[in-house]
Design a protein around this ligand. Sequence first.
Ligand code: 4GN
Length: 230
Amino acid sequence: MKIDVLTLFPEMFEPINSSILGRAIKENHLDVNLINFRDFSKDASKHVDDTPYGGGAGMVIKPEPLYDAYLSIEDKENAEVIYMSPKGKLLTQNKVKELSSKEHLIIICGHYEGVDERIIEEIVDEEISIGDYVLTGGELPCMVLMDSVARNLNGVINSESVSDESFSNGLLEYPQYTRPEVFNGRKVPEVLLSGNHAKIDSWRKEKSLEITKERRNDLYEEYMKNEKNN
Ligand code: 4GN
């Protein structure tokens, strides 16, 4: 997958070079291309923002530098253009799965009061939000999206880990344990030491249901509704 990122702060993306995301890039599962759209400002002082029409606080990102940066991207005919925004549709595991099947994403990171609305009308396919809170820029949300998408690309992580984790079946994941068998007097649940895989599976399912009901009744109700219909 190729991801072009339109940002004023490419240096903020250093974290993508570590850990699993870093390996996904090194192993060519993912190609991230950072484009500083300030480079496309025709303004002598390289300004990319201006005051909002109608007045009000803050600055708005001008459409031309963003648009010219977008036009500079090659082979973008089939690319999905995403704008990271608190006004966007919430990013869910289902959305992550859908995005991980695309060949090419272009992600716009806004700042200040956001981008001129005409950029959204002209080039954006979807606005995505990582949660109901506002950040100073779209870069962290963009990295969240890239990380979540990258771990669903074939070859990046063991496909069993992806299918077992939280949300994969609509439920939160069961608790995990490793050695030692007793830690500060706390024992690993006996069933996990039994070697009885049918029993272990049903214990895990029970724990998943329990924790989902307790913490995320919305997911639990949805799961139960679907159970009934299947
Ligand atoms: C996205 C962008 C939060 C999100 C952002 C989010 C930059 N904050 N919840 N900040 O995914 C107004 C326009 C704030 C740019 C935007």
